[in-house]
Design a protein around this ligand. Structure first.
Ligand SMILES: C[S@@+](CC[C@H](N)C(=O)[O-])C[C@H]1O[C@@H](n2cnc3c(N)ncnc32)[C@H](O)[C@@H]1O
Length: 285
């Protein structure tokens, strides 16, 4: 049974009222979080925080405590995946870094002295990161590729809750671009809206599409924003998104309570050209 809230959101989406609802909800979540945000700032005087508007744009909530605690937890988790692949002193990119919730903590958990970069299509978030988070290179990209990095720049790239907000066309274009800037043999870690979302969020027609192995995309609002949502059947991830790559792990809903997405860990083929030949084979993405 789909939650009644999903039907309300679907109606707002269909009538193009979702952006107005999103703007109105901002004031509600700000007042709800006010007291604890004040306490958090008193407890953490040296910790730079982004504006509530930037937090809301990226996460839909404005809790500084959650920004701090989930950021550290997720940094430890993603660094663990990178370390487990045997990488040390790695060049790591977070694509879709938002206001640095995770990447600001990442270096603390990675093996050796990592060199870190973050990219996002939100100009304000990148401006805030550049001013407030030292020691990390931040770059702005557009909704569509390219990234302002040379080919084979990174040992590992992670994208946490980013393809979850893109159209099918952008999935294909960004997959190719992330592979371009990844070194041969490099690690690509991507999160997806998997079976947990199928169970808790999808409406019956969307479920049928998901169960048939097809990407489900909900538009009706600006692409890349949190309400623009894509849902990823594992068959789509294996057969389309990661085609030509070695999938090392599919972690199903490994961070319950803080983020309900699946995590995929894949490797770019060490031999140049293997993934691009798979692309030329014309399989859908
Ligand atoms: C749900 S937020 C996640 C932010 C961050 N990864 C985190 O977990 O804290 C999604 C982020 O993806 C960014 N984004 C969406 N489309 C993008 C694109 N085409 N290129 C780069 N960033 C994008 C948004 O601006 C936003 O910061």
């Amino acid at each position: 049974m789909s939650h009644p809230r999903e039907y309300i959101v679907a109606a707002l989406r269909a009538t193009r009222l979702l952006a107005a609802y999103n703007a109105a909800k901002f004031h509600f979540v700000v007042s709800k979080a006010k007291a604890d945000n004040e306490t958090f700032l008193r407890e953490h005087p040296g910790f730079n925080v982004p504006s509530l508007a930037l937090c809301y744009d990226a996460y839909g909530h404005v809790s500084y405590r959650d920004y701090f605690e989930s950021g550290r937890k997720h940094a430890e988790f993603f660094a663990g995946l990178i370390n487990a692949a045997g990488l040390r002193d790695a060049a790591v990119l977070e694509w879709g870094c938002g206001p640095a919730r995770v990447i600001r903590h990442l270096g603390e958990f990675l093996s050796g002295k990592a060199s870190l970069a973050g990219a996002d299509y939100n100009a304000e978030t990148i401006a805030w990161c550049r001013e407030n988070i030292p020691g990390i290179r931040f770059e702005k990209n557009e909704l569509a590729p390219p990234l302002p990095f040379a080919a084979a720049s990174f040992d590992a790239i992670y994208a946490l809750s980013v393809i979850t907000h893109l159209s099918e066309k952008m999935h294909g274009e960004w997959r190719d671009e992330l592979l371009r800037v990844l070194k041969p043999g490099g690690l690509l870690i991507v999160t997806s809206h998997g079976d947990w979302y199928r169970e808790h969020h999808l409406l019956p027609a969307e479920r049928a599409q998901y169960d048939a192995g097809r990407l489900v995309v909900r538009g009706g609002i600006e692409e890349g924003k949190k309400w623009f949502a894509a849902f990823h059947p594992p068959a789509y991830m294996r057969g389309s998104f990661f085609r030509g790559m070695e999938i090392k792990e599919h972690l199903i809903h490994p961070l319950p309570g803080s983020i309900e997405q699946d995590v995929w860990v894949a490797r770019k083929p060490a031999q140049a050209g293997v993934a691009s030949r798979a692309l030329e084979a014309g399989q859908p993405c």
